[in-house]
Design a protein around this ligand. Structure first.
Ligand code: B12
Ligand code: SF4
Length: 497
């Protein structure tokens, strides 16, 4: 059949109706990952870039989170641009907003095909396929699958043969015969879209977002680009549902090509947002070699694990501009790390932070309290003591949330800490008053929240800490964002105008 050119819009929905992760979150004393700043939705951008490179269809992108787009404004945008296909990226916790966007599109343009991709359909394919107002869902990595879907729609052809693309009807046989695909978390049990060679994907087209200022409270400039040098994580920490388990690395050449392209667009700072950036020392060294070979001097940071950290590789990275590492420390005892299946020890954690301190690399410790093995206030305080002793430059301290599809959540159900099926019910009929469960077998949530505040205050109000930060701060942007960030962390009205 002949193909007509169509207009495709990808939307990152507003995050206005995120589920309640902590009853105190409206009180201004709550800080979570997203409060650290806005980040470009790279996954959706990868999908759109692929479509743009491989076809002649018109591609549009709307990041309602970064643009603070309201629903009335989004409605106007849809009316004005009249897309033929709308792709919506999704998080389970923001499902209400994804559904609201789909409803709005269908009200304005009933004939427009609406497709849901992103994390939610990976976590809950069955429930996602049955939602109203979506004509299809994509389970897994969407670049090739979504391009094929759009091509089929443009030709008026059936699309249900495409791997990972489902409708309410076409997913049914797979639900009756669930599969296991070792490349994904065991719960992803319908055939999912997967990209074997991530190096072959076109470099993310940031012209879709260059007008937006993504900023992060831990950054040094207003021109921060996030970037991925790998996909997947083979570890199986019990609290995490990173959906893809097979690890794929991009070549250093391809990553640095992307860095160069970003520099040409005016980006000055780079955050590697890989699930697991430092899988080996060799990976870090080859990236640095490639940066040096091209004479590029950049400021960069990454999220990493402590167990592959060596002095040599970090010294090499520091010399090539590495500014900061965010480590998933999680908890302060070996017993706890073992239960979380973190695959590391407190000694290794200490060593990694020591090396960073010696080399002048800033550190962030991601930390979780309210763990199933913390049975008393004293246990939590002991864990906080470890964090204080570690003395990272920043700490992000959360109360453990029982996210969908994690082993931790299943354990909580098995122990009767939470009722079964809560996320499935929510995924079938999302409601914005859904409250995320916590492990409250030993300590109730108000106690955990007050311990979280206690930990933040203890950490950030140490005179030594304050002095060190004043000395280290390099620019006004950095200073202002640090004060705002710490103000937000501590619930004080410290905002600088
Ligand atoms: C970077 C990151 C962030 C960043 C940036 C998020 C962003 N805007 O993209 C920040 C720090 C802001 C963040 C925040 C949060 N995050 Co986050 N984050 C990640 C992380 C580490 C990497 C995401 C990524 O870039 N992956 C790489 C890209 C290539 O993959 P991708 O995003 O999955 O995209 C692919 C597919 O999903 C699909 N796809 C995506 N969109 C679309 C759209 C269409 C139409 C189609 C067809 C396909 C498609 O194709 C893409 C390309 O292959 C993941 C872990 C992970 N490995 O996914 C967690 C993860 C996505 N985050 C998660 C959570 C829970 C959150 C928070 C809710 C945490 C919190 N309590 O605040 C918030 C949500 C805030 C918000 N409303 O945006 C969960 C999601 C679980 C779920 N079932 O929804 C994950 C899986 C981590 C975890 N295990 O807890 N996050
Ligand atoms: S917490 Fe980090 S190391 Fe553990 S499975 Fe998730 S991404 Fe991998």
């Amino acid at each position: 059949m002949e193909e007509t050119l169509i207009r495709v819009l990808l939307i990152n929905p507003p995050a206005l109706n995120t589920v309640i992760e902590n009853p105190d979150e409206q009180g201004g004393e709550f800080l979570e990952a997203d409060a650290f700043g806005d980040f470009p939705p790279l996954g959706a951008l990868y999908v759109l870039t692929h479509l743009k490179e491989k076809t002649d269809h018109e591609c549009l992108f709307k990041d309602c989170v970064a643009e603070r787009t309201s629903y009335p404004r989004l409605r106007e945008y849809i009316r004005e641009h009249r897309p033929d296909v709308v792709g919506i990226t999704s998080f389970t916790v923001c499902l209400v907003d994804a559904c609201e966007v789909a409803r709005l599109v269908k009200e304005e343009l009933p004939g427009t095909h609406v497709c849901m991709g992103g994390h939610h359909p990976i976590a809950y394919p069955k429930e996602a396929a049955e939602l109203e107002n979506f004509d299809s869902i994509v389970v897994g990595e969407g670049e090739i699958a979504f391009t094929e879907l759009v091509e089929c729609l443009a030709r008026g052809e059936d699309f249900t043969h495409i791997r990972g693309v489902y409708t309410r009807e076409s997913i049914q046989p797979h639900l009756a015969n669930p599969i296991t695909d070792k490349r994904f978390l065991a719960r992803v049990n319908v055939p999912a879209a997967y990209v074997d060679d991530i190096d072959a994907l076109p470099i993310v087209d940031r012209s879709f977002i260059r007008h937006l200022r993504y900023q992060n409270i831990l950054g040094v400039t207003k021109d921060l680009a996030t970037i991925l040098s790998s996909r997947g994580c083979p570890y199986r920490c019990t609290f995490c549902d990173v959906p893809i388990k097979s690890y794929r690395e991009r070549s250093a050449q391809s990553v640095v090509d992307e860095v160069e392209r970003c520099l040409m667009m005016g980006y000055k700072e780079f955050r590697f947002y890989d699930d697991l950036f430092n899988i080996t020392e060799k990976k870090i060294v080859s990236l640095c070699d490639e940066l040096d070979r091209r004479g590029l001097k950049i400021v960069w940071d990454f999220r990493g694990r402590v167990n592959t950290v060596t002095r040599e590789s970090l010294a090499r990275a520091k010399a090539s501009g590495l500014r900061m590492i965010a480590f998933g420390v999680e908890t302060g005892t070996d017993e706890g790390l073992k239960i979380l299946r973190k695959g590391t020890t407190t000694a290794k954690v200490r060593k990694a932070f020591e090396i960073c301190r010696e080399l002048g690399i800033l550190t962030v410790a991601d930390y979780i309290i309210g763990q199933p093995f913390e049975r008393s206030v004293e246990d939590v305080k002991r864990s906080i003591d470890f964090l204080i002793g570690l003395d990272p430059d920043y700490a992000q301290i959360s109360v453990l949330k029982l996210y969908p599809n994690t082993e931790m959540y299943d354990n909580a159900v098995a122990k009767g800490v939470v009722a079964p099926g809560r996320w499935q019910d929510y995924s079938r009929s999302p409601a914005k008053d859904f409250v995320v469960d916590h492990w409250d077998e030993f300590l109730d949530l108000p106690t955990l929240v007050s311990l979280q505040k206690y930990a933040y205050r203890r950490f950030y109000f140490r005179p030594r800490y304050i002095l060190r930060n004043v000395i280290q701060t390099r620019s006004l942007v950095e200073f202002r964002s640090k004060v705002n960030g710490v103000g937000k962390l501590l619930g004080k009205n410290l905002r600088l105008s």
